[in-house]
Write a protein that binds this ligand. Structure first.
Ligand SMILES: [Zn+2]
Length: 97
């Protein structure tokens, strides 16, 4: 569970240090659950700056990819709904014969 604490910096492989921890309470279908977040940074501030930049860039890419995926998913669901409708219409027709 504490893997994040031991994971080394992706750039310089120095063991990362914890910059902050915080807890978050989220509502789930089975009740409330508390998640502990840990943010780790590289002990080398210059290295951390570079890592931050890379992270921001990849986050932006991920956000874009997620948007694309959601768009495709919505299209697929529409197509599915349409074909289901067609199938049930055909079945109803079949049953009425
Ligand atoms: Zn580093």
């Amino acid at each position: 569970m504490n893997k994040a604490m031991q994971s080394p910096c992706t750039r310089c492989q120095k063991p990362r240090i914890i910059s902050k921890t915080w807890t978050e309470t989220i509502e789930t279908y089975s009740g409330k659950s508390v998640i502990t977040h840990t943010e780790t940074i590289c002990p080398d501030p210059e290295c951390q700056l570079v890592v931050d930049k890379q992270l921001t860039a990849s986050r932006e890419r991920n956000a874009q990819a997620k948007e694309d995926r959601e768009k495709r998913m919505a299209q697929r669901m529409q197509a599915n709904a349409a074909s289901k409708f067609a199938a049930s219409a055909a079945a109803a027709e079949e049953a009425s014969k």
